[in-house]
Design a protein around this ligand. Structure first.
Ligand SMILES: Nc1ncnc2c1ncn2[C@@H]1O[C@H](COP(=O)(O)OP(=O)(O)OP(=O)(O)O)[C@@H](O)[C@H]1O
Length: 487
């Protein structure tokens, strides 16, 4: 309630000054509160989850998601959490603050709301004789009503915009189409040989990456046959085409020319979802999702994500269980949580309580590269434990593992070999190459040699050359730094 004592001469101008300065003071003070710190939903795990799933959905045709058929799971989880959040705004705090506290918007809103009062004040100055105290109450009432209507229109417009942006996200994400044509045969086929593992035949396969500006193909006229249940190791120099073979076997791409058969049927004839359910790929490119470590492992087999025993077993097999248990939040630990904070005008003093609050909110837990690889390995074991996998492709996943970790990983993978065809890509010649049924040695996008370890050594070609370089490094006479040391 505004109480005015107006004399005929001085009351008008004072009243006018009060009316005109009020909206500006109000706008300035509300702006100031907002300018201090803006931390929105940072503690709400649903906020983190919706943001994480939103970012994952956008990537659902990348290798990680395609391999484990994770796309549908991620999309359905995203829809669930979006529904749960309803109209809670999940935009970046910066956006929220911009929308909320545009000073010109605030001033406009206040001025429009007080317009009748300003009109009344001007009238009081120009025509003091016609100015009636009773009309103030009427005008004040109408000014408040006008301001409320104006505020509610703004609120509705803002909320409509938020809803539209959510709907847009949802529809854009679900309508992204897979570029690879899907077949209509189911996998495994009733008469297939898949009991022992997946069989592959590559016939004169050449491949160039889409949009690649290279003059040469990544693969040139490659023909090879992989029997069900075989242990195959692919070796070769950098860029020789090892990973490209794995990508074609997993149907991340289609060959540019030539044919790829799975169990004697063209790979394109199978339904992608069913085929990929039977394939586990474990590469150095795999990364962790911005979800809890538990969920990161469970995603190897989304249908059983609530089966804690299965997840703990996979963590043991992948070698991640020990370090995860030592973390403060254990399996609930989220790496890179989306704790979004935004501030302006926070005093520069690092001891200021607002600074400390921001730092605490932004603090993330991190794990080492080897530990990350162990979590990804655990996810692979979770998938292997589903009992549906018939083909395992392992592409140099152990670069950050210590020697013991690497040995255990390969040992456990090979221990679960029954009923699966396994293809390993490696630069290290160890017990893997010694025990392989077939070693394929790649050079410049083509198969240079293939055979067993003994056969290839006997040939004295590319494989023997690569093997000798590594073997010499361990024998006393072959110390590559010997010459330098002796000098
Ligand atoms: N996404 C891509 N786009 C274009 N060219 C690519 C792509 N990935 C690989 N290549 C090219 O294809 C060729 C074969 O690459 P590939 O990754 O299969 O080699 P690799 O033998 O696995 O190498 P490394 O031992 O370094 O992992 C290389 O010349 C590489 O530069």
């Amino acid at each position: 309630m505004l109480i005015v004592h107006a004399s005929r001469t001085s009351g008008g101008p004072i009243f006018a000054l009060l009316c005109i300065s009020k909206p500006f003071l109000h706008a300035l003070s509300s702006r100031n509160i907002w300018s201090q710190v803006c931390v929105i939903n940072a503690k709400d795990p649903r906020y983190h989850r919706v943001k994480a799933l939103e970012s994952l959905s956008g990537n659902r045709f990348k290798q990680d998601y395609i391999n484990g058929n994770l796309g549908d799971y991620i999309l359905s989880e995203y829809e669930k959490v979006s529904e749960d959040l309803r109209d809670t705004c999940t935009d970046h705090p910066w956006l929220q603050m911009e929308r909320r506290s545009s000073p010109s918007f605030d001033v406009l809103s206040e001025v429009l709301g007080d317009l009748p009062m300003v009109y009344c004040a001007i009238n009081a100055i120009l025509n003091p004789s016609k100015f009636s105290i009773a009309s103030i109450a009427v005008l004040q009432q109408s000014s408040m009503t006008l301001r409320h209507s104006f505020d509610s229109i703004l609120y509705d417009a803002k909320s409509f915009r938020q809803q539209m942006s959510k709907l847009k996200n949802l529809y854009t994400i679900s309508s992204v189409k897979n570029k690879l044509q899907d077949g209509d045969s189911s996998y495994p086929q009733s008469n297939s040989m898949s009991e022992a593992g997946m069989a592959f035949d590559l016939k004169n396969v050449s491949f160039a990456y889409p949009g690649s500006k290279k003059k040469t193909n990544a693969l040139n006229d490659v023909s090879l046959s992989i029997k069900p249940g075989a242990l195959v190791v692919i070796v070769g120099a950098n860029g020789s085409g090892k990973s490209t073979i794995i990508k074609l076997l997993a149907r991340l791409y289609d060959a540019t020319s030539g044919k790829i058969l799975v169990d004697n049927t063209p790979i394109q004839d199978f339904r992608g979802v069913e085929l990929r359910q039977a394939m586990a790929t474990f590469t150095q490119d795999h990364h962790l999702f911005p979800l809890s470590l538990y969920e990161n492992i469970a995603l190897g087999y989304p249908e059983c994500s609530s089966n804690m025993d299965l997840v703990l077993k996979a963590a043991e097999q992948g070698g991640s269980s020990e370090f995860i248990k030592k973390l403060k939040d254990g399996f609930d630990t989220i790496l890179d949580p989306q704790n979004l904070t935004y501030n302006i005008n926070v005093p520069s003093d690092p001891d200021h309580p607002l600074h400390k609050k921001m730092e605490a909110l932004e603090k993330n837990i991190d794990i080492s590269g080897g530990e990350r690889q162990r979590v990804v390995a655990s996810r692979t074991f979770m998938q292997l434990n589903s009992g549906k996998v018939k083909f395992v492709a392992v592409d140099e996943p152990s670069s950050a593992l210590d020697p013991e970790g690497e040995f255990q990983l390969f040992d456990r993978l090979i221990a679960g070999r029954a009923g699966k065809t396994m293809v390993f890509v490696t630069h290290r010649f160890g017990h893997l190459t010694r025990h392989a049924d077939t070693i394929i040695c790649m050079k410049d996008g083509a198969i240079a040699e293939s055979g067993t370890h003994g056969e290839l050594l006997g040939m004295g070609g590319e494989y023997a050359k690569l093997y000798k370089i590594q073997a010499d490094a361990f024998s006393s006479g072959g110390d590559p730094y010997k010459a330098t040391k002796d000098a």
